[in-house]
Design a protein around this ligand. Sequence first.
Ligand code: CO
Length: 338
Amino acid sequence: MELLKRLCDAPGVCGHEEAVREILINAVGPYADSVHTDHLGNLYMTKGQEKQGPHLMFAAHTDEVGLMVRGIDEEGSIRFIELGGIDPRVLPAKRVRIGKDAICGVIGIKPFHLSDKEERKEVTPLSDLRVDIGASSKDQVERFVDVGDPIWFDTSFEQWGDILKAKAFDDRAGCYMMTELIRHEFRFPVTFVWTVQEEVGLRGARIAVARVRPDIILVLEGTGAGDVPTDKDVARMPFLGKGPVVTILDRTVVCNQRLVEFLTDAADREHIPWQFKRPLVGGTDAGAAVRVKPLHAAVLAIPARYIHSPVALADLKDIINTIELVKAACGRFGEVKL
Ligand code: CO
């Protein structure tokens, strides 16, 4: 839990993912045969490259959705842009941290009694929102904050029984699951890649797959849980606590059918619960991977409610079951004909 907490609490807005990388190298570097990074910031750890059999690459992305300083107004408020998909409805009145000194700030909102009826119904566009660090001039802000500084949500990890509350389960949950899996022994060559810049267009994975050239990629993710109230005619899956989420297809990839069946069979044999992801929603590094070279791709994710917002909820049981599913599947890997 300590490692998952550190991973979730670490800042890792796209392009500023060093803190996450440092934690990973320190935590599991000793379990790998080799550890390296590339210029973009992808982190690679290999195991058993001399072994026979298909080369399996695990991938999880180190970045999280966040904001970046775009400018500073004369009166000391901070303008920003989003990095990754963020709904402007979730931003007002949230606590944030900025830049290398992790300066505290809040995203301001006009109070209720100063807003008229119409204003209260409207969503303030991101371009009209400002971060307030309590400064009264541009000069004051510039002592602590620069244009281009990352801004991340100031949310700390908490455990409520099996339920976990944090920012960035997408995809520190995947990052964490790989730290458990790298301790495992595999009968075939395996490369673990913690990829950068997924949230802005699957950028790190493209470079990583070109370098590793795996036969199979298994992406480990945090995905949106669908078990929230809705009137719309859509499937409400996946559910928190009901096991690993298996992708059939999303907006970026059609997963290999036999690999999907192989994973779900492995889960059934071990009595590990699993569920399908709502089809055609979202995209992951697997979508980048299949565009680089011919390979077989699958995605396993834990469901988390309210992802891509300042705070999300996940279930510890789903994390444990996903790790167990991967271990069970890897034990039977020789049997799969793809
Ligand atoms: Co993700």
